[in-house]
Ligand binder design. Structure first.
Ligand SMILES: Cc1cc2nc3c(=O)[nH]c(=O)nc-3n(C[C@H](O)[C@H](O)[C@H](O)COP(=O)(O)OP(=O)(O)OC[C@H]3O[C@@H](n4cnc5c(N)ncnc54)[C@H](O)[C@@H]3O)c2cc1C
Length: 555
């Protein structure tokens, strides 16, 4: 939506989403959006930059990080002027709270509903510009149209009718989000299924740093639903089964506010050592000492989630939590202007842009700091929009062979409808999620990753022998779920393929068989390309280092 608002200054925009705009996963973001406003303590973009790079275990491209953190304060004021309601300090400034890995209180927030507030402010602006932004809600994007090395539109279908259409466009911006649904325990919404990254990949575009998946420390036990890091930012404790604040052992200085990769591994280590609560595989998030009034002011949604889902009131009892797949650091490679690039040299694919979680700029490197993602989506959303606008103003209208493009997608539909196999897609989906959480999760090693790839490939074979029960066209959600599953199965293979190749531990990617970071052999981004016959090929891309040389990462 931020990109669309930029483009609509001069050109018409089709804004397409498979849900309703305000139901995008961004609306679930709780804790905050980072900017060095310095409203609670002195702060500077330089410190925000360093924290981001250190948090990302030195895999971030530092030129991009610099521009991104410099842009942050104005982004917050712009959102505020659009109508986004931020929580305040007693003297009326935008309040800022602490977050993992940030050395200053830097998270601007709207209680624990920050994504909701931002998403609705942007949606209102989109509605205000309805003359030039036409919204297509509940339309599904299937593939990119690329001709003569130029992106010329997308092939889509109307979920309501099943009709397939081509949208011809001078420029296309993807903001299709992450792919956490490939894991069993995840915070992600149902729509976060890798469609966008896979559409790019299927057009020959590599995926960057796919091995880096973030596991958030505080997912609701067994369900994965997020209890925001804001709970720890406000002073919450993590306790093991012995009632110990175990973070003392893992990050003595930052304790519960170390970056997520470190806290998630600490939790999993406690659980694996039998020190979970009651010997089970969860630990406790304890907020009782904050008091009911503070919880109601700053963390009302978290309290309600506990009450609604497990009948636990966090003002009275601790919440059971475990690590949960949360965020994709990797994605479609872009430059710092939001243009998609296809190789290590930065060659652009004309007419194609990407921003937000589906893109890899890369500002987050090997591990994203909390509150840096909403910022990413807004900063690079605006930049991708601006780049798309500049490009589109100077390019001729596309002329696309629509019937050929439509036929490709219709044949995918037909293929699915005609399968008379005996395999259940639900079983395949559940097995994929289980395998990914257990073999490609917080801790990884060669043996489990090899098994993971084999199992995922065998699921891909079974997928082709699935049975569809609804063969109608109208609102056929089963069909779309099958297509999403196909995308996730491929994405799962790409994640584990890149994870197997990275024989080191860095940020969110931890290899028990290679527990140290190895800058000599692995200080590079990975690029996974599709090859003939459904294969994968790995290449690398150098990391841009400007101000901060890689150093040991302790907290
Ligand atoms: C529970 C939770 C809490 C979070 N809290 C924070 C936080 O406090 N601070 C922070 O900085 N970050 C947070 N994050 C991360 C952050 O919210 C996301 O990374 C970010 O909002 C992603 O925005 P996006 O615009 O890239 O994608 P999304 O908001 O996921 O939107 C993706 C859009 O693409 C559309 N789409 C996808 N595929 C298709 C298709 N095939 N056809 C048509 N449309 C499609 C979807 O319908 C949707 O509209 C949180 C994430 C989660 C899951």
């Amino acid at each position: 939506m931020r990109a669309a608002l930029e483009v609509c200054k001069d050109l018409d925009v089709a804004l397409l989403t498979k849900v309703y705009p305000s139901r995008s996963h961004s609306g679930a973001a709780q804790g905050g959006i980072a900017a060095s406003l310095g409203n609670s303590e002195d702060d500077s973009w330089e410190e925000h930059m360093f924290d981001t790079i250190k948090g990302g275990d030195y895999l971030s491209d530092q030129d991009a990080v610099e521009e991104y953190v410099k842009a942050a304060p104005n982004v917050i004021y712009e959102l505020e002027h659009m109508g986004c309601i931020f929580s305040r300090t007693p003297d009326g400034k935008i309040a800022q709270r602490s977050f993992g890995g940030h050395s200053r209180p830097r998270a601007c927030f709207s209680a624990d509903r920050t994504g909701h507030a931002i998403l609705h402010a942007l949606h209102e602006q989109v509605m205000k510009h309805s003359r030039s932004i036409k919204v297509y809600s509940e339309w599904f994007m299937h593939s990119l149209v690329i001709e003569d090395q130029q992106c010329r539109g997308v092939v889509v279908s109307d979920v309501r009718t099943g009709a397939v259409e081509v949208i011809q466009a001078k420029a296309v911006v993807f903001a299709t989000g992450g792919y956490g649904r490939a894991f069993q325990i995840t915070t992600n919404a149902f729509a976060s299924t890798a469609d966008g990254v896979l559409a790019a990949f299927n057009s020959g575009i590599p995926l960057e740093d796919a091995e880096f998946v973030q596991f958030h420390p505080s997912g609701l036990y067994r369900q994965g639903i997020l209890f925001s890091e804001a709970a720890r930012g406000e002073g919450g404790y993590l306790l093991n089964g012995l009632g110990e604040r175990f973070m003392e052992k893992y990050a003595p200085e930052r304790m519960e506010l170390a970056p997520r990769d470190i806290v998630a591994r600490a939790e999993q280590s406690e659980i694996d050592a039998g020190r979970g609560v009651n010997g089970e595989d969860f630990i406790h998030l304890d907020l009782r000492h904050l008091g009911e009034a503070r919880i109601m002011e700053r963390l009302p949604q978290i309290r309600q989630l506990g009450i609604d889902f497990i009948s636990v009131d966090c003002a009275k009892d601790p919440l059971p939590i475990q690590p949960t797949a949360h965020y994709s650091m990797g994605g479609i490679p872009t430059d710092k202007f939001g243009a998609v690039v296809v190789d290590a040299k930065g060659t652009r694919l004309n007419g194609f842009f990407a921003a937000g979680e589906c893109a890899c700029v890369s500002v987050h490197g090997a591990n994203r700091l909390g509150t840096n993602s909403l910022l990413d989506a807004v900063v690079f959303g605006q930049r991708a929009g601006r780049s798309a606008l500049e490009y589109a103003k100077n390019v001729a209208s596309p002329s696309v062979n629509e019937s050929r493009e439509k036929t490709r997608v219709l044949s995918v539909f037909e293929d699915i409808f005609q399968r008379e196999g005996s395999e259940s897609y639900n079983d395949i989906r559940n097995e994929m999620k289980n395998i990914m959480t257990h073999n490609c999760g917080v801790f990884r090693d060669a043996e489990h990753l090899t098994q993971c790839i084999e199992k995922i490939q065998s699921l891909q074979v079974r997928y082709k022998k699935g049975k569809v029960t609804d063969k109608g066209r109208l609102f056929n959600t089963e069909l779309y779920e099958i297509i999403e599953l196909g995308n996730m199965l491929k994405m799962a293979e790409i994640i584990s393929f890149a994870a197997l190749a990275r024989k080191e531990s860095r940020g969110g990617h931890f290899r028990s068989d290679f527990p140290k970071r190895n800058d000599v052999d692995f200080l590079h981004h990975s690029l996974v390309y599709p090859t003939e016959g459904d294969g994968l090929e790995l290449k690398t891309k150098p990391v841009v280092i400007t101000r901060h040389q890689p150093a040991e990462r302790t907290y």
